[in-house]
Design a protein around this ligand. Structure first.
Ligand code: SF4
Length: 364
């Protein structure tokens, strides 16, 4: 992006930046890294209007990383309750404990940040750029939408090569002086002007360089997500208590939203062995006796071409004693329910073929 456009973007941002509890009045002031981390994590999948109050209450109770690291999981979940995506809160606490135990502040390199639980490329870029004023790229949904329209990109960053095209535009912004302000201004522009529907191009500082606007084709960009068949790779958990009961859950799952099923979540191929972090949404790691990989199966649901790894997790506690985490999960997801099913009746109780295939792998 040329210097004149960047200057216009900065001027627009200075006039239009919304007052937010995590944004200093002086837009040139470096932010507190802890506050950037918490606010950006809360903002993943959640609207600004919802996050405001949560952030204020959180910062009153946990004003710094040391205070947070000393908190209990129950209390952290209490302050997160209602924001959803419960694993974000658990990862925040894990990261706080890791950083505090090392007697450090938030790391200053992308490599170190991305090694911490729950911090991915986007959050790492936000901390480095907004807090430490490093020339680091940020790419979130707002920037994807803006880049797609500015440069008439008719593909989404869904696989490696197209994602790199978007990242290259983000890196170009990051090389500019005051990159921290350009990054934040683009996020704000996407939220308030270059909206998903009906972008307000007449009030956009980038109108003069925007191909989609100049060609009157804003509705074409970004292209809709493909509804052709989608590959989905995940892990399904067969959790067996010491009194031979199987955990079934309802709500908060990718598939089977309206019935009891086995817990499952998206995961990469060749995931590392052992207990995956996502399993701790359901069980206390200390109660686990063994984790056994039981192979994988293929399955099709609507447009999803599924390949699922099966993990058989045996607990050293009875079903009645294994409910602490489940009760907290219910607090975080009001619609979440669970029940323990006698192992010898699980096939009849979970009569969907996805669960049957998983049970077949676990006990076959
Ligand atoms: S001119 Fe319109 S489409 Fe282009 S970036 Fe601005 S708001 Fe978005």
């Amino acid at each position: 992006m040329d210097n004149v456009s960047l200057k216009r973007l900065r001027e627009w941002f200075k006039k239009n930046a919304a007052a937010l509890p995590w944004r200093p009045v002086d837009l040139d002031a470096p932010r507190e890294p802890y506050a950037v981390w918490i606010s950006e994590t809360m903002l993943q999948q959640t609207q600004v209007s919802t996050v405001r109050d949560y952030f204020v209450k959180w910062m009153k109770r946990f004003p710094d990383i040391g205070t947070l690291a000393a908190a209990t999981e129950e209390e952290v979940f209490k302050y997160w309750q209602g924001l959803g995506y419960y694993s974000r809160a658990r990862n925040i606490l894990k990261t706080a404990k890791t950083v505090a135990a090392a007697g450090r502040e938030m790391p200053r390199t992308r490599k170190e940040l991305e090694a911490l639980p729950g911090i991915g490329a986007y959050t790492a870029g936000a901390i480095l750029s907004l807090a430490y004023h490093q020339r680091e790229a940020i790419l979130d949904g707002n920037l994807v939408r803006i880049f797609s329209r500015l440069y008439a990109l008719d593909f989404l960053p869904t696989d490696k090569a197209p994602a790199e095209t978007y990242w290259n535009y983000a890196r170009e912004i990051a090389t500019s002086p005051k990159a921290y302000m350009h990054n934040e201004a683009l996020m704000e522009l996407g939220r308030t002007v270059c909206k998903v529907k009906n972008p307000d191009c007449s009030h956009c500082p980038l109108h003069g360089i925007c191909r989609a606007a100049l060609e009157n084709r804003t509705a074409e960009f970004p292209p809709p997500k493909s509804h052709t068949q989608k590959d989905w790779h995940g892990t399904v958990l067969v959790i067996e208590s010491s009194d031979r009961k199987i955990l079934a859950v309802h709500g908060g799952q990718k598939f089977f939203k309206n019935q009891f099923t086995l817990p499952h979540f998206e995961s990469p191929r060749n995931a590392t062995a052992g207990l995956p972090a996502a399993a701790e949404d359901y069980i206390d790691a200390d109660s686990v006796c063994s984790v056994e990989s039981r192979g994988s199966f293929r399955h099709g649901i609507t447009i999803h071409k599924i390949e699922c790894d099966v993990l058989l997790i045996r607990l050293g506690t009875s079903a009645a004693n294994a409910t602490r985490h489940l009760a907290m999960q219910r607090g975080a997801h009001p619609k979440f329910e669970f029940k323990w099913i006698e192992a010898n009746t699980a096939q009849e109780a979970l009569a969907n073929s996805f669960s049957l295939k998983a049970l077949g792998k676990a006990f076959g």
